[in-house]
Design a protein around this ligand. Structure first.
Ligand SMILES: O=C(O)C[C@H](O)C(=O)O
Ligand code: SF4
Length: 517
């Protein structure tokens, strides 16, 4: 194979995967949109997601700012030099990171240092397999951290909340899969896709689960039992009412693929790999020179998800007969302004906000803040940023990150520094809810994965602190216009997340009785 051609093919594979949602995934999202009642928060979220998918495509920019752990699966004929392919992938990764198509995502687990170019111990993941065919098949998945954190592994038999005992049989497996969807709530940016691996050991079980994510969303399982299980899960998981982003709604799951392998007598694992709606995986067939001969997952017409419906947040809710309170906020915000906000209100933010995620929250718990945060807004976000030749920073992608990781710190930090609002996704827990009530704070839920949509609201980067934590973890000073989010936890003790969790657990219990005997 030609070195340059091969490298260009790997670069194109990376860029397309990060910026262009595959057609099978688009079809699944379109059906979800058709099911969702117009005017609800879920429908509004799906519209934002649709706009975002189009913007990413048009701008050739990341669909979501978290470009994940890049995992390549490569099949090669006997005799092909796998080391050359590896080198081409490394070079393409570095270039795609420089071009802002990937966020620098490789972090030293002990020191926290970001390598800056997506290369490092164990990253990217490249798995080779030999096969009898005479061409190279290269596939890539960019699976983000929020959904990765919602993966779950069950060891049968076990007791499951809402469902009771799950035994070592198909019905026990069914219960685990239903539970896996419930436990993810909106935190993995639902509506999601799941890959399920039955059997194996703890590591091969997860590998099998992840391998299912390489199946086409609309294929049919050749194993009759597994086909029935997949269909059952698709028919019933949406009854849980978790909905897009965990806002409640008709669609919680967009795809379910199950694989099986043998196990050893003492172990019986059911492993579930959860993937967000931003299901970025593509594949290519390479020709003898290393050029792209064919793309996978791209059969059928290309779907523009924005066609047919474009509902703004306010009109959506107004159509549903529940015109929301739309409030414009500009920092510094007073306690009185915050106390007026209630769950369900829509907030539009203009002016300043500061990003802060895992490293910043830990830092602020034992250090002074680099800026005065009194009355300010913290955005849980790790953006993709590029510096131009004049040294100015530009936002390339900037959606919210999962907020629950900051639960141990959030309430204390808000009180200590006088922060009035935090924006993130997936909601936070009881400790934060209590602090919001005591201090006069609010939690705002942005649409997870809508990285282009939010990047467009950011009109300027006015500064940055704590760059030693790397681009995604630094504290960026952003100037925004019309940044829209929904109040999902208010200062009166109300949490939409708590409500959806409670009602979906009650619904889960309806699936307790045996189905597969
Ligand atoms: O790291 C991120 O930007 C987001 C992450 O994928 C998440 O879902 O929390
Ligand atoms: S923010 Fe949401 S859409 Fe993006 S990678 Fe994380 S889970 Fe996926």
């Amino acid at each position: 194979m030609n070195k340059e051609t091969l490298q260009q093919s790997m670069y194109d594979l990376i860029v397309e995967t990060s910026t262009n949602l595959p057609k099978d995934v688009r079809r699944a999202i379109r059906s979800a949109k058709e099911r969702e009642n117009a005017g609800t928060r879920a429908a509004m979220s799906l519209d934002t997601i649709s706009n975002n998918v189009k913007m990413a495509d048009d701008n050739v920019s990341p669909i979501c700012q978290d470009t994940g752990l890049p995992t390549f699966k490569i099949k090669t004929p006997v005799g092909v030099n796998q080391l050359e392919i590896k080198d081409a992938i490394y070079a393409a990764m570095v270039q795609a990171t420089k071009d802002g198509k990937l966020r620098p995502n490789s972090v030293d687990s002990l020191t926290g240092a970001n390598s800056g170019d997506n290369l490092g111990l164990g990253t990217p993941v490249i798995k080779f397999e030999q096969w009898e065919k005479d061409y190279v098949d290269a596939r890539l998945i960019l699976k983000g951290g929020g959904c990765e954190n919602k993966n779950i592994q069950y060891s049968l038999p076990c007791e499951l909340e809402g469902l009771g005992r799950a035994g070592r049989d198909l019905d026990g497996i069914r219960k685990c899969v239903m539970h896996s969807v419930y436990q993810a709530q909106g935190q993995g940016c639902s509506a999601g896709f799941i890959g399920v691996g039955i059997g194996g050991d703890r590591s091969s079980g997860y590998d099998l689960a992840k391998a299912q994510l390489f199946r086409s969303v609309d294929d049919v399982n050749p194993n009759e039992d597994l086909r029935k299980l997949e269909e059952y899960v698709m028919d019933n998981a949406n009854e849980l009412g978790i909905g897009t982003m965990g806002f409640g709604g008709e669609t919680t799951l967009l795809g379910c693929k199950v694989g099986v392998m043998n196990r050893i007598p003492a172990s019986f694992f059911v492993s579930v790999a959860y993937n967000c709606w931003a299901f970025r995986r593509l594949g290519v067939k390479l020709d003898a020179e290393g050029g792209i001969a064919e793309w996978f997952y791209q059969e059928g017409e290309k779907i523009d998800l924005t066609q047919g419906s474009e509902i703004e947040l306010e009109t959506a809710a107004a159509d549903a007969g529940e015109a929301p309170n739309v409030v414009t906020l500009q920092a510094p915000i007073t306690e009185e302004q915050i106390r007026e906000l209630k769950v369900g209100d829509v907030v539009k933010i203009n002016g300043r906000m500061y990003t802060g995620r895992d490293a910043i929250h830990k830092y602020l718990s034992d250090n002074d803040a680099p800026v005065d945060l009194d009355g300010q807004i913290i955005y849980h976000c790790g953006p993709v940023m590029l510096k131009d030749d004049e040294g100015n920073w530009h936002v390339k992608a900037a959606g919210p990150t999962t907020s629950i990781r900051e639960e141990p710190y959030q309430g204390d930090i808000m009180k200590r520094f006088g922060i009035r609002a935090v924006i993130g996704k997936g909601g936070m827990g009881p400790k934060t809810l209590a602090a919001l009530k005591e201090h006069g704070g609010v939690y705002l839920n942005a649409i997870g994965g809508a990285a282009q949509y939010y990047a467009d609201c950011i009109k300027g980067v006015d500064g940055v602190d704590l760059m030693q934590f790397g681009i995604p973890e630094a504290m960026w000073h952003l100037s925004v216009e019309g940044f829209t989010a929904v109040v999902t936890m208010d200062s009166h003790g109300n949490s939409l997340h708590e409500e959806v969790d409670k009602s979906s657990l009650e619904k889960l219990a309806q699936f307790k009785e045996p189905v597969f005997k």
